[in-house]
Ligand binder design. Structure first.
Ligand SMILES: [Zn+2]
Length: 273
């Protein structure tokens, strides 16, 4: 939640990020959402069909702006996808689906509209654009990453952010799952030509491998700190947060507490405390 990622983040949030991906920034900045939610408009060059990932909060102006930008580019939104069900990504999806006449596809049936779901390994094709569905549970149990092979990019939702680190939303999110998901993304970066992270919040990351490795190292470091805090006598999640997250903005402590609970559960499950 603090510190900048290594690598070379793109200069601004919003606008064209890769040949196929454009970011429309939602007007919901906060300590948790950084600059706001990144709504991604994706299309194959020359195609008149677009896919939108994470319409964002229920903000009529934002939703209409996404549609307008697609229209200015000669595109019609043909499908809406969700990286996960948190409100800052998904709350506007039903209204956006109404405005565009599209289906909403998500892992969690609660957030779907129009029947079809998503599952790991699935390949989605719209107007020549190809996206592969990569399960990345951990931030939440329903978190997905969308792999855009033609641009060497991954749309990571809240699994990897453009700045700082993310939370594991205990009890729905599990740290063991999250670490497995980061390793899955690391292998996409190391072995499958992924170099760019198009995150759910914050700027684009040009060094996907470096970003994911930073996340793995950060998680391991925090876990060791939590273990040490427990050994030093911290008994509650609140006490662990006050000790381990002393360097973090207090506005993020409630989120840190969820991550600490996830870490305590992980340490207990592994017989480490
Ligand atoms: Zn989230």
């Amino acid at each position: 939640m603090t510190g900048l990622l290594p690598g070379d983040p793109a200069d601004t949030v919003g606008g064209a990020a890769t040949p196929r991906a454009l970011c429309v920034l939602a007007p919901n900045p906060s300590p948790m959402t950084l600059d706001g939610t990144n709504t991604w408009l994706l299309a194959e060059p020359g195609s008149d069909l677009a896919v939108v990932v994470d319409p964002g909060p229920l903000d009529e102006g934002h939703l209409r702006r996404v549609i307008e930008i697609a229209e200015q580019r000669g595109q019609r939104v043909a499908l809406t996808l969700l990286t996960h069900g948190h409100a800052d990504h998904a709350e506007g999806a039903a209204r956006f689906a109404e405005l565009t006449g599209t289906e909403v596809r998500a892992l969690d049936p609660v957030h779907r509209l129009g029947g079809a779901g998503l599952h790991g390994g699935q390949v989605i094709e719209v107007g020549g654009l190809e996206l592969r569905v990569v399960p990345t549970p951990g931030h939440t149990s329903d978190s997905l990453t969308f792999h855009l092979p033609a641009d060497g990019a991954i749309l990571t939702g809240d699994t990897v952010l453009g700045r700082g680190t993310t939370m594991v939303a205990h009890p729905d999110g599990l740290l063991g799952d999250y670490l497995d998901s980061l390793r899955r993304l690391r292998s996409l970066a190391a072995e499958h030509g992924v170099h760019t992270v198009l995150p759910g919040h914050g700027p684009v990351l040009a060094d996907a491998l470096g970003g994911v490795e930073y996340y793995l190292a950060h998680r391991a470091g925090r876990l060791a700190q939590v273990e040490t805090a427990v050994e030093a006598g911290c008994r509650t999640a609140e006490q662990v947060v006050a000790r381990v997250y002393a360097d973090v903005d207090r506005a993020l402590w409630p989120a840190a507490e969820l991550s600490v609970r996830a870490q305590l559960r992980y340490l207990e499950d592994h017989g480490l405390i």
